[in-house]
Write a new protein. Structure first.
Ligand code: NAP
Length: 254
């Protein structure tokens, strides 16, 4: 356990909006000082303002998680302005969907760079602060697409890759008090799923309704559904839960 729980610092990547913003706000209300990372620092203002006006502490940090120098500078700044991080949520993500025969090498590489290289770089930079504290919590955002999804050969490979990444982190870091788990969301209402509807030429409300009909709990997910699961996984009491993939998808996935 951290020596001073009041000084806990969490990093959430891709937290300007969507799931990342929901997670950042939840962790702030759980008592963490939250570093809100996104590509554009000014885009983080809405998340940071919401946290601060609710009485929490947050820092906007502009960084590209796929760039090593950018990641190292971001983590250094977080350490000096908020304190050493003991929680990392690798949430930043992009889609570049297309059928395999039409997918460009650039679209393959872009998705791998943000999800896989980004999570690797962020985790490498943050983990030394966790091992020094003998306490840490890493949560990686996978997806039900890891099980295969038409038009997402790049994204599904990256999201399946994150599951292997997570399990290996759990094996390597467990003896330092650091857990690593993955959350695999199903359909969550964000700009990412809105963009998918637009790409398919479907009205977003119709798209949500269609998806909700396929989901056992009969609704689409919200960022708060993922934030709640993150809150559990990063809690001190979850120290015996590691290397797991939790599907937060409103029903069973195989
Ligand atoms: P979103 O609304 O598109 O938000 C993703 C955020 O990540 C954006 O603010 C984006 O910034 C940022 N980002 C992209 N590339 C980045 C980079 N290189 N460095 C730093 N930040 C970067 O997506 P979301 O729906 O909240 O998804 C969040 C995570 O959950 C992703 O990993 C996604 O794959 C996963 N997920 C989502 C769903 C879903 O149904 N929504 C389901 C399963 C998994 P810009 O706006 O500047 O691009």
């Amino acid at each position: 356990m951290p020596e001073n729980p009041e000084s806990r610092t969490a990093i959430v990547t891709g937290a300007a909006r969507g799931i990342g913003a929901g997670v950042a706000k939840r962790l702030a209300s759980d008592g963490f000082k939250v570093a809100v990372i996104d590509l554009d620092e000014s885009a983080c203002a809405a998340t940071v303002d919401a946290i601060v006006s609710a009485g929490g502490a947050a820092l906007a940090v502009g960084a590209d998680v796929s760039d090593a120098a950018s990641v190292d500078a971001a983590v250094e700044r977080i350490v000096s302005e908020l304190g050493p991080p003991t929680v990392l949520v690798n949430n930043a993500g992009i889609t570049r969907d297309n059928l395999l025969f039409k997918m460009t090498v650039e679209d393959w590489d872009a998705v791998m760079a943000v999800h896989l290289r980004g999570s690797f770089l962020m985790t490498k930079a943050a983990q030394k602060h966790m091992t020094e504290a003998k306490f840490g919590r890493i949560v990686n955002l996978s997806s039900t697409s890891a099980l295969g999804n038409r038009g997402q050969v790049n994204y599904s490979a990256a999201k399946a890759g994150l599951q292997g990444f997570t399990k290996t982190l759990a094996i390597e870091l467990g003896k330092f008090g650091v857990t690593a788990n993955a959350i695999a969301p199903g359909f969550i209402e964000t700009e990412m799923t809105a963009a998918t509807a637009e790409r398919l030429g479907v009205d977003f409300e119709d798209f949500k309704k269609f998806n909700a009909e396929q989901i056992p709990v009969a609704r689409v997910g919200q960022p708060e559904d993922i934030a709640h699961t993150v809150s559990f996984l990063v809690s001190e009491g979850a120290g015996f839960v590691s290397g797991q993939v939790i599907y937060v998808a409103g029903g069973p996935k195989d």
